[in-house]
Every structure is written in structure tokens, then in C-alpha cells.
Ligand binder design. Structure first.
Ligand SMILES: N[C@@H](CCC[C@H](N)C(=O)O)C(=O)O
Length: 279
């Protein structure tokens, strides 16, 4: 069977996009996704994203497999790429600037902006330990500046879910973090029953954060949209930053806002088509 794909990236967080609009089941298995994501023996990507028919009155459904074959609830850079992919697929027949997308994290709305950027209504952050999930604290408590032993060191962590789990640590210098060594130990720490994404954040000023990330199921990536949103929330909860900030990732900057008015998170950044092909 031949399957068309298009490669996109959002700040170097790269994805294989599949037009899956005629079927509610992904055209590829998690095992096939692992092979395609391989950077030496496959196409190379941080994940595979499927554009499926909408559910519960939404325009479309997004499903995603990480490069290890696991299925996360949401992907911030990925949903910007999906918004651009859908607009490219619809071409001249497109009637909308924004899409309501059904995801495992709820309905998420990417909006195509006139300047080519994509602004996403990422919904509400979830802060309770039971929602993340983590056993750092009881189910109904928030996990803010909690001590966590990893690799023989005590780290102060704040946990936030953007539908998917994030563990955030503020550090003096993100460049000094040995991500390759420490990342897997956070990801697989027993206090995270569904594993976790891990962000290290350097506060440059109240509206400028530098971030490096170890992603659950994908390892080091050049950017993580849900991670940038979760990190801004953690910065606000710990009094380190304002509700609107630039989060600079290795792949480039994202603009993040945690609205005072409706408590929703808005993320703005690029989404770029790279090439198309056949599997
Ligand atoms: N890169 C993504 C997050 C992808 C999912 C993540 N690896 C997980 O397992 O939760 C983003 O931009 O948000």
C-alpha cells in the first residue's frame, strides 16, 4: 500500500503528517510510526500526526504517535503544523481561518494568522496532582516547588498538565544541564505513572524564558509547544514571570499568554511545510 505524507516542523519539532480524513482509524500502526521516525533508516521525525474526521461536532480529529510509538494526548507544535496541513489540503475550497480539533486533551483551536503564524487556543492548564498525573502530593493538591530526588540531586519541581504531563524545573543556566543523562530519569521516575515531559527553564526576565526539553517518548527535541505553555504557567505559579512571555527554545521563540480573563492558554508560533513524499 502506498501512503502520501507531508513533512512539517514547528521550530524544528518535526512531524510526518498523514491525510487520514477518509477513515477514523490511523492509516499507520505505532510500530510503523517508530520506523518512519527513525532519522537514519526512515524519514526522520519526532512524531507522526494523523488528520482524521472530526468527532463530537469538531472539524477534525488529531491523533499523534511519538517517535517511540506511544500516543500522547496533545502536541502544541504538532497542532500548529496540523492547522497549516489542513489549510494546504483544503486549498482553494478553504472557508475557515481556524479549526476546532478533537484531541485526547479536549477541543483545541489553531487559528491561521495573516502573517503566516498559527495562534492556538490551548485550553485550560490542569494543576492538580491527580490530573497530571503524579504522586508528588495528594490527588487534589497542586505540585508547586516540590522537592524531587533525581540522579542523586534534589530538584524543585512544578507540575502542570496541558492534557499531557509536564515537570518543570527552574535553573540558573539551561546550557549547563546534561539533558541526555538526566532527561530519561525524570521521564521514568516512579512519581509519574504515565511518564512525563521535562522542561528546564532559565528566567532571563519576567517576560523572557529560555527552555530546554526532554520529551516523553521522543527525547531531546528542538521545541515543545505544550512544554512552553506549561512552563509559563509554572513561572506564574512560582512568581517568576508575567502571564505573557516569550519562551525561547533551541529551535526558536514561541509567544505564550495565560489569559487573566478566561484562564485559557494561547500559543503563537510558526508551522512550516518541508516536503512531501510517498511511503
Ligand atoms: N512536542 C510536543 C509534545 C509531543 C507529545 C509529548 N512527547 C508527550 O508524550 O506528551 C509539543 O509541541 O507539545
Amino acid at each position: 500500500m502506498e501512503t502520501e505524507f507531508t513533512k512539517y516542523h514547528g521550530l524544528g519539532n518535526d512531524f510526518i503528517l498523514i491525510d487520514n480524513r477518509l477513515s477514523s482509524l490511523p492509516l499507520l500502526t505505532p510500530e510503523q510510526a517508530v520506523k518512519l521516525c527513525d532519522r537514519h533508516f526512515g524519514i526522520g521525525a519526532d512524531g507522526v500526526i494523523f488528520a482524521l474526521p472530526g468527532e463530537n461536532g469538531t472539524d477534525y480529529t488529531m491523533r499523534i504517535f511519538n517517535s517511540d510509538g506511544s500516543e500522547p494526548e496533545m502536541c502544541g507544535n504538532g497542532i500548529r503544523c496540523l492547522g497549516r496541513f489542513l489549510a494546504d489540503l483544503e486549498g482553494e475550497s478553504r472557508t475557515k481561518d481556524s479549526y476546532h480539533i478533537h484531541t485526547l486533551a479536549g477541543v483545541i483551536t489553531p487559528q491561521l494568522m495573516a502573517d503566516g503564524q498559527v495562534k492556538v487556543d490551548m485550553g485550560l492548564p490542569r494543576l492538580l496532582a491527580g490530573e497530571i498525573p503524579t504522586t508528588l502530593g495528594t490527588a487534589q493538591t497542586k505540585v508547586i516547588n516540590q522537592p524531587l530526588e533525581v540522579a542523586g540531586k534534589t530538584w524543585e519541581v512544578t507540575c502542570v498538565s496541558m492534557g499531557n504531563p509536564h515537570c518543570i524545573t527552574f535553573v540558573e543556566d539551561v546550557a549547563a544541564i546534561d539533558l541526555e543523562m538526566i532527561g530519561p530519569q525524570f521521564e521514568h521516575h516512579p512519581v509519574f505513572p504515565q511518564r512525563t515531559n521535562t522542561e528546564f527553564i532559565q528566567v532571563v526576565s519576567r517576560d523572557y524564558l529560555k527552555m530546554r526539553v526532554w520529551e516523553r517518548g521522543a527525547g531531546i527535541t528542538l521545541a515543545c509547544g505544550t512544554g512552553a505553555c506549561a512552563s509559563l504557567v509554572a513561572g506564574v505559579l512560582t512568581g517568576k514571570c508575567d502571564r505573557t512571555a516569550t519562551v525561547e527554545l533551541p529551535g526558536g521563540p514561541l509567544q505564550i499568554e495565560w489569559s487573566q480573563t478566561n484562564q485559557r492558554i494561547y500559543m503563537t508560533g510558526p508551522a512550516q511545510r518541508v516536503f512531501t513524499g510517498q511511503i
